[in-house]
Design a protein around this ligand. Structure first.
Ligand SMILES: Cc1cc2nc3c(=O)[nH]c(=O)nc-3n(C[C@H](O)[C@H](O)[C@H](O)COP(=O)(O)O)c2cc1C
Length: 218
């Protein structure tokens, strides 16, 4: 697939053909594409959990829906109508993926700098003691950025293979439940949830802010 077609033709797909199965080799090809992303000091902190059990996928989506439903109810009862409206919107923005053929949960490991004989928090504290800057962006948040870059590769590969995917973070509202359901250790941080399937919709590309409005030369 030509690069511009891949970049511009990829869409967030939220409706999937019921019962379609994604062969394991296609899932592996997506993960392989993900692993070619850049990462800070090539630490490759990404870890992917591939969920293909339909019942589990439906359960995950329902749990997201229920959580926002409950929050919406609580907000409404507290007279917070705008918060309630937001949570009602999030029920479907976060909980639509019950019929996806697969869900990939992209996680990150902590930044491994053990070769310096320190962990990242100890290093940050020492630099601070020395009157230096906060290194949070390059020691803590850096791994999440690397995972997000890998996820974009994954999305493009899924698109090339003819699948529809939607990258999501609203399901993280049930992070604790997801950890339990999928047996994710506290050592890993959840970054993105990506339902996948054979597309049952062909959405129009959402409008983009023109280049002239998003760039500034210095
Ligand atoms: C960080 C991030 C979080 C997102 N979370 C959700 C989500 O929770 N639910 C959803 O339906 N889409 C989610 N999306 C998809 C966006 O809605 C979508 O990318 C955007 O509307 C542009 O559409 P396109 O992907 O088709 O170009 C998310 C995208 C990003 C980058």
């Amino acid at each position: 697939m030509e690069l511009d077609e891949a970049i511009k033709g990829r869409r967030s797909i939220r409706k999937y053909k019921k019962g379609a199965v994604i062969p394991r080799e296609d899932l592996e090809a997506m993960i392989e594409a993900a692993t070619w992303a850049p990462s800070s000091t090539n630490v490759q902190p990404w870890r992917f959990i591939l969920v293909t059990q339909r019942e589990l996928i439906a359960q995950m989506a329902q749990a997201v829906f229920d959580r926002f439903q409950e929050l919406s109810k609580r907000a409404y009862e507290a007279g917070e109508k705008r918060v309630a409206a937001f949570c009602r919107f999030m029920r479907s923005y976060g909980g639509f993926f019950g019929e996806a053929s697969a869900v990939i949960v992209a996680c990150t490991e902590r930044y491994d700098i053990s070769r310096f004989g320190l962990d990242e928090y100890a290093l940050m504290a020492k630099v601070k003691e020395l009157g230096g800057p906060s290194l949070e962006a390059s020691l803590i948040r850096t791994v999440e950025k690397s995972v997000v870059m890998a996820v974009q590769n994954l999305l493009l590969k899924a698109h090339e293979l003819g699948y529809g995917a939607c990258v999501m973070d609203s399901p993280l509202v049930i992070e604790d439940e997801l950890r339990q359901m999928l047996d994710i250790s506290e050592e890993q941080q959840l970054v993105m949830v990506i339902p996948l399937g054979v597309p049952a919709q062909k959405p129009q590309p959402p409008e983009r802010i023109p280049v002239s409005e998003v760039r500034r030369y210095v």
